[in-house]
Design a protein around this ligand. Structure first.
Ligand code: BG6
Length: 479
């Protein structure tokens, strides 16, 4: 056993999921069609397709997820047995506003989350809620062009206000947009759709569209933060960034400068969320690129008035980049400018495994944003093998968690990072966001379902279940 550091009293140990990846029940009780509902199954190395509406004969894994919609009481019991203090999920926007532009919410959708939150609370587990986790109503994409349209700000704020008000006595910790910065890779259309509801054509200026959509999201987030605090001043409303620190390949000054620019381009979203203003380099960049942005003085005042209370973030991996000789602009382009890190291992999906990167990132964010932090995703997607007796010996997952939790604890105990909690991703097996697979499993709890939705959907404990239970019981000391 590895000895870790005891986490402070009240530390929020738990697990994390997102509605569309586990609930299923995609068209029940008045729910509308979300972006996730029109994404087909992909595989490791095979991208998902996006269809124009739900089509006969296609496979849409988010339609069934792991059937949490019908089985959550059983799952909540297992979470409680593991010792969870909190459970991070999202509220599917389309359960509340099926098309997104209605003026009155869908009562059956609101009731589902009332029941879920009550059940969690009855086990002493507090819900932690993301408002928009890759689940924009598809209608808003088709009719309004997603967050390319300023009207989306109003739709989002209405949704946020309705749920803040409804759950004001049940939920304290909220986040506005999941991994808002996970849309900076120019070659991959899915994050742009998942985060911002953008469907671009070949002739569109992808980069400008991304910056514009992100600006509207940041304004929407700032307005939601203000609305939430007016409803309940005790609310803690955070942002959520995908934190993958980017290192220079060598000490060569051009590599170091390129890594700095890469970090600026990936984390300016956090600067706006946490500091309430755009970093100085970005208007210069817009100017240089000739981007004509719709950013008003009123928007800038809103951003200043709606800064977040904490930094929620995911951490899975780090990246590496290198400079280009003679290039003064250092216009880092993702993913072209990434290079392999020769010092770390990779998962089966090519994700670089780097526990020290977590400690590094926590220090970096503390120094830059000066806010409490909440690790709301971290985990290891792997192929699991269920043995004849039903057991799953996932020692690789335990070892990933042990190393990352230790790095996290060092950041707290040795470096003084102010950390609220830790919720490993996919605490129960669910549908992968990037590939749509069930085979990319993250859970402490195994779900008997395959990529095509075949199986009993029965739950069982993996070896990591007992291990994480012991970590929580010892407040992080027994790793
Ligand atoms: C994050 C998302 O990107 O990583 C989750 O917030 C996602 O929704 C998780 O599931 C892991 O990624 P993937 O693609 O393996 O499911």
């Amino acid at each position: 056993m590895t000895k870790g550091y005891k986490m402070p009293k009240g530390f929020l140990w738990g697990g994390a999921v997102a509605a569309h990846q586990l609930e299923g029940g995609w068209d029940v009780d008045g729910k509308g069609v979300s972006i996730a509902d029109v994404m087909t199954a992909g595989r490791n190395g095979v991208p998902r397709k996006v269809t124009d509406g739900v089509k006969e004969g296609e496979i849409y894994p988010n339609h069934w997820g792991n059937d949490f919609y019908h089985r959550y009481p059983e799952d909540d019991k297992l979470f409680a047995e593991m010792g969870f203090k909190c459970f991070r999920t999202s509220i599917a926007w389309t359960r509340i506003f099926p098309n997104g532009d209605e003026t009155a919410p869908n009562e059956a959708g609101l009731k589902f989350y009332d029941d879920l939150f009550d059940d969690l609370l009855s086990h002493g587990i507090q819900p932690v809620v993301t408002l928009s986790h890759f689940e924009i109503p598809y209608h808003l994409v088709k009719v309004y062009g997603g967050f390319s349209n300023r009207k989306m700000i109003d739709f989002f704020v209405r949704f946020a206000t309705v749920v803040f008000d409804r759950y004001k006595d049940k939920v304290k910790y909220w986040m506005t947009f999941n991994e808002i910065n996970n849309q900076t890779a120019w070659s991959d259309p899915h994050p742009l759709l998942q985060n911002s509801g953008l469907q671009l054509g070949a002739d569109d200026n992808w980069e400008q569209a991304m910056y514009q959509a992100a600006h509207y999201e940041l304004v929407a987030s700032a307005l939601a933060v203000q609305a939430g605090h007016a409803i309940n001043p005790d609310f803690q409303i955070g942002c959520m960034v995908a934190m993958c620190p980017i290192y220079p390949l060598t000490a060569k000054p051009a590599d170091v400068m390129m890594a700095e620019r890469a970090m600026q381009k990936r984390y300016w979203f956090g600067d706006v969320h946490c500091l309430g203003e755009y970093p100085k380099w970005l208007p210069k960049y817009f100017e240089r690129k000739g981007f004509d942005m719709d950013i008003t003085a009123a928007d800038l005042a809103t951003l200043k008035a709606g800064t977040v209370d904490y930094v929620g973030f995911s951490y899975y991996m780090s990246f590496v980049t290198k400079g280009r000789d003679g290039d003064q602009e250092y216009d880092f382009k993702e993913p072209d400018d990434f290079v392999e890190n020769p010092y770390v291992e990779k998962s089966d999906w090519g994700w670089q495994i780097d526990p020290t990167g977590l400690r590094y990132a926590m220090n970096w964010m503390q120094d830059r944003w000066h806010l409490p932090q909440f690790i709301v995703e971290n985990g290891f997607g792997a192929y699991d093998k269920k043995e004849a007796d039903g057991s799953v010996h996932d020692d690789y997952r335990i070892s990933y968690f042990r190393d990352h939790i230790l790095a996290m604890e060092e950041a707290v105990a040795l470096d003084g990072v102010n950390l609220i909690g830790y919720t490993p991703w996919g605490c129960i097996d669910l549908v992968s966001a990037s590939t749509g697979e069930m085979a990319k499993r993250y859970g402490f709890i195994y779900v008997d379902a395959d990529d095509n939705g075949h199986g009993s959907f029965d739950r069982s404990k993996k070896d990591s279940f007992d291990w994480f239970q012991q970590v929580i019981a010892s407040d992080g000391e027994d790793l």
